[in-house]
Design a protein around this ligand. Structure first.
Ligand code: ATP
Length: 350
């Protein structure tokens, strides 16, 4: 295991009586991309600002490359942390050219070194020949890449990205995101990326930190937070899901209306005989039309890329089942559920 480049240990930040960040702990390894995913106001930006040294914690500490950088008593200044930050509104200086914007943080280099580093980072972000333009002469995507070039110019070992793609047209967003990821990976630059966009977090991150009401709920690989959320909140934040009731048995399975299903025994403190709920995603079950089946299609939503059936179980509870766009099953059709999920289900005590 390599030592983390950023370590947050039990950090708490209050504004007056309001606890914006509560007891947050997570690490970022060299070259790792960690996304903080959470709804508006949950404290994501505050965590970034604490790591950057723009806020001081009220409790806990932050270590940067093994050195204590933030405690309630002592703060290493932001410019001494070796970490770059890209904010939502790019914050390029409007009266400066691209070259001047990028050179801004390189005043410890000679003029010659500055010129060569500007050329290097412009080619890194694939925007050669735009050095003499002003920010208003660039598209949103280009401005974003310039902001990243400026942040990368002093060769930070880690960057903090606050909603970096939110001002970019939806059509271009995934392309710019892929480019940013390529640049970070090529330079082995660690990153903490704040977003409220689940797809974005899943697409770019090695690990996703799920945050709600100032606290971290789960930090794990995208597949793990999706397939095996640790609680209802994480399940609802990471995907479309339903909850199916059942009774736990002794052998790591749950008796439900859809049959006996395995649950993840690692993530749940569940006793045999107790009532549980399983997290069901729309692709966990296929359907097979059967006029004497126990389930019935309550409604059907054609979405173009897919058709979502709302399937009623014998108790009247419903789950969503994703089908192909050409699925011809209509409401009222009785059917059987066919288990597609290869692994155990996440289960919570109720
Ligand atoms: P968003 O996605 O909307 O940017 P966020 O998750 O990044 O939200 P933060 O900006 O970290 O949220 O703010 C967390 C909470 O702390 C919010 O309720 C916010 O109003 C509050 N807050 C942030 N900064 C301050 C401040 N300087 N003074 C008082 N309250 C603050």
């Amino acid at each position: 295991m390599t030592d983390p480049v950023i370590r947050c240990v039990g950090i708490t930040k209050t504004f007056g009586d309001f606890v914006a960040v509560h007891d947050v702990s997570f690490n970022v390894s060299p070259g790792e991309i960690v996304s903080i995913l959470g709804s508006s106001g949950c404290g994501k930006t505050t965590v970034l600002r604490l790591i950057a040294g723009l806020e001081a914690p009220d409790a806990g500490q932050i270590l940067i490359r093994g050195e204590v950088a933030s405690t309630p008593q002592r703060q290493t200044p932001p410019d001494k942390r070796g970490i770059g930050m890209v904010v939502q509104e790019y914050a390029l200086f409007p009266h400066m050219t691209v070259r001047q914007n990028i050179s801004f943080g390189l005043n410890n280099l000679s003029d010659e070194e500055q010129t060569s580093r500007v050329e290097e980072v412009m080619s890194l972000v694939r925007l050669e020949n735009l050095e003499d333009r002003y920010p208003h002469e660039l598209s949103g995507g280009q401005q974003q890449r310039i902001a990243l070039a400026r942040t990368m110019a002093p060769r930070p070992f880690a960057v903090l990205l606050d909603e970096p793609f939110s001002n970019i047209d939806a059509g271009m967003r995934s392309e710019v995101r892929r480019e940013v990821e390529t640049i970070l990976r090529a330079n082995n630059t660690a990153a903490v990326l704040v977003t409220h966009d689940r797809d974005e977090a899943f697409a770019i991150a090695d690990r996703v930190a799920i945050m709600s009401s100032g606290a971290l709920e789960q930090v794990d690989a995208p597949e793990a937070v999706y397939h095996l959320p640790v609680n209802r909140r994480v399940a609802q934040m990471t995907g479309t899901c339903d909850f199916m009731n059942g009774t736990a048995r002794t052998d790591g399975t749950v008796e439900t209306e859809a049959g006996v299903l395995a649950y993840d025994t690692n993530s749940a403190d569940i006793k045999p005989g107790s009532k549980v709920e399983l997290v069901i995603h729309p692709d966990d079950f296929g359907v097979e039309a059967n006029d004497s089946g126990a389930m019935v299609v309550e409604s059907r939503e054609f979405r173009g890329d897919e058709t979502v059936l709302l399937v009623a179980l014998p108790s009247g509870a419903t789950i969503k089942c994703r089908q192909e766009s050409y699925c011809a099953i209509t409401p009222g059709q009785r059917l059987d559920l066919v288990l597609h999920r290869p692994g155990p289900f996440a289960a919570f005590s109720v």
